[in-house]
Design a protein around this ligand. Sequence first.
Ligand SMILES: Nc1ncnc2c1ncn2[C@@H]1O[C@H](COP(=O)(O)OP(=O)(O)OP(=O)(O)O)[C@@H](O)[C@H]1O
Length: 263
Amino acid sequence: MLKTEAIAKHFGGLEVLSDVNLSVGAGEIVGLLGPNGSGKTTLLNILSGFLRPSGGRIHYGGRDIGGMAPEAIARLGIRRTFQLPRMPEKMSCAELLLTAVEQPAGARLLAWPGRARAEARDARKRAFEMLEHLELTRVAHQPASGISGGQQKLLALGAAILGGARLLLLDEPTAGVNPTLRLRLVETLQDIRRQGVTLVVVEHDMGFIGRLCDRCVVLDRGVLIADCKPEHLMENERVVEAYLGKRETRPKAPDALLRTAEA
Ligand SMILES: Nc1ncnc2c1ncn2[C@@H]1O[C@H](COP(=O)(O)OP(=O)(O)OP(=O)(O)O)[C@@H](O)[C@H]1O
């Protein structure tokens, strides 16, 4: 479904990605991991058209989408969320989700008013079901920009799901989200995969990754160093080294990373 060939990105003299070859099959949930600053968000920005790669190609559904504008990429069904979502000032949470759901418009409203009204009702139902699922019903009519950071992340995720994504790129969906809701998010995301959506998820929470993902790829200083099932991550010395340093200099006490990976 998605394949990158030798993606490179530099900012001035700083090489942030080099020779990244990533494949994502239809219906997969792939975790994109790596230490801070390893290039994960930069790669998502390139896949979603927010940044142009300095080199390489991106194939999606048989097309070369490298260098296409973000709106054109979104129209192909690639949707993304941001680490720090920016919400419109004058829209409530419910309105934001309603704008994300496909609504009957223009000529269809005139030609088939009965059917269009039923579709509008269905859109409203889906938007409010999503608010409930994400525990946002209480703030449904509050301005989207006024809810907490964690709630904004959930709202942005809801909008991306309702927006008809075929490939969802999620940037740290659990940051600032409470543990119970994190577990629920695993179910939500697996559910939307069953509906035919493919996911690439940038995350630091290894427990979440272990429960959610079929496969993980790991970036270290812009280079892909691993591609394996989540349960095999910690068997990979390059991955352990990227997170914890070299064996000789590694702290003796097991790190939180190892503990969460075992959980
Ligand atoms: N627009 C930019 N201009 C210059 N350098 C940038 C730019 N965007 C990112 N970088 C640099 O690229 C490197 C990778 O950043 P990126 O945000 O992709 O990392 P990340 O893996 O997503 O990190 P984190 O887990 O901390 O979010 C960092 O060194 C960052 O400072």
